[in-house]
Design a protein around this ligand. Structure first.
Ligand code: NAP
Ligand code: GDD
Length: 324
């Protein structure tokens, strides 16, 4: 059977790994890409798949472009990964964040509803929706209390996906993914900021690393493992919502230590705490319980934090060396 998928956010971390996974499975992969003034396809090139993806220009704020992309691709699966995904930026650009991360989801669902061709829909929901969590591990029944304009916008995306499933019978699933990282992570996120800095310090190109709240705890997994869960959700007869996490939680400080120790450096010799990098409201702890994804999807995380961090540091050392 010929299978085709349309991926919004294909130039991002998850989009690149998902495109690779689907190409390996024999899908025809279409990438919905926003027009930018400079090149955004470096991740697809790093994975060697740039020339295998068919690109369609569009933007999540423009519903007509989503409709056109669905028609042109004849996709049977739509993965909505596009977002303004950096939490800190969402306080500076809250309206844009809502336009893309909240209304953009509605626009995808409306296009699917209008076309009525049975396209299956994946929504990139997030553990940021849990926000101010109490002490237990978070699962699909945990109460939401988002702490940022990003989390609030994503919560709308989550509920409108549930609502269109319940109202119109769409095959629409939410993956509630906890933080996941990789060598393709953007430099603004803390793990990559750290591994890039470690590489530069080791190679004598930088001396300090400035961070904000290093006591925050996150449940960090590997993006390459997590895109498999996205695909599995759309292969189920019934759509549903799933937490995807490792079940382990660590502080930013723990993560930093692994990175520095990997290259024989001492974190305390280089770390500077910068109050400007603290957020107006913080998510202190995320700790997921992926039992449902394990039981219903047969999904398992394969990569623990130490291996993930070492993989990222090694990739950054190679990159920094190649800069000359
Ligand atoms: P990312 O690397 O920041 O990628 C975001 C993607 O969205 C990029 O391809 C970007 O395109 C695209 N995009 C942004 N605004 C757009 C618009 N208006 N129209 C079309 N495309 C637009 O994010 P990621 O880490 O891969 O995450 C993928 C999704 O999962 C996001 O929705 C994120 O919120 C969600 N999520 C991520 C995590 C995580 O830990 N990574 C956890 C839970 C949920 P450009 O390249 O042109 O900017
Ligand atoms: N980015 C960043 N930079 N974060 C820092 C820094 C710093 O210099 N110093 C401390 N942190 C702390 C943040 O305050 C936060 O508590 C934690 O490190 C993780 O920050 P990010 O890596 O920026 O990720 P995030 O948890 O805010 O959001 C990511 O995960 C969400 C899922 O829980 C993003 O990928 C979101 O798109 C995703 O939804």
């Amino acid at each position: 059977m010929n299978r085709s998928a349309l991926i919004t956010g294909i130039t991002g971390q998850d989009g690149a790994y998902l495109a690779q996974l689907l190409l390996d499975k024999g899908y025809e992969v279409f990438g919905f890409v926003a027009r930018r003034s400079s090149d955004t396809r470096w991740r697809l090139r790093e994975l060697g798949i740039d020339s295998h993806v068919k690109f369609i220009y569009g933007d999540l704020v423009d519903e007509s472009s989503i409709m056109r992309a669905l028609k042109a691709s004849r996709a049977t699966e739509l993965y909505n990964l596009a977002a303004q995904s950096f939490v800190a930026t969402s306080w500076d650009q809250p309206v844009l964040t809502a336009e893309v991360d909240a209304l953009g989801v509605l626009k995808c669902l409306e296009a699917i509803r209008e076309l009525d061709t049975g396209v299956r829909f994946y929504q990139a929901s997030t553990s940021e929706m849990f926000g101010l969590v109490r002490n237990q591990q978070q699962d699909e029944s945990t109460v939401f209390h988002p702490r940022s304009p990003y989390g609030v916008a994503k919560l709308y995306g989550y509920w409108i996906t549930v609502n269109y499933r319940e109202s119109f019978g769409l095959h629409a699933s939410n993956g509630i993914l906890f933080n996941h990282e990789s060598p393709l992570r953007g430099l603004e996120f803390v793990t990559r900021k750290v591994t890039d800095a470690v590489a530069r310090i080791k190679l004598g190109k930088q001396t300090e690393l400035r961070l904000g709240n290093i006591d925050a705890r996150r449940d960090w997994g590997f993006a390459g493992d997590y895109v498999e869960a996205m695909w599995l959700m759309l292969q189920q007869d019934k759509s549903d919502d799933y937490v995807v996490a490792t079940g382990e939680t660590n502080t930013v400080r723990d993560m930093c230590r692994i990175a520095f120790e990997h290259v024989g450096l001492n974190l305390e010799d280089h770390l500077v705490i910068d109050s400007k990098l603290f957020r107006p409201a913080e998510v202190d702890i995320l700790h997921g319980n992926p039992a449902k994804a394990k039981a219903c999807l047969g999904w398992q995380p394969k990569t623990g934090l130490p291996d993930l961090v070492r993989m990222m540091v090694d990739a950054d050392i190679r990159r920094v060396k190649s800069e000359g």
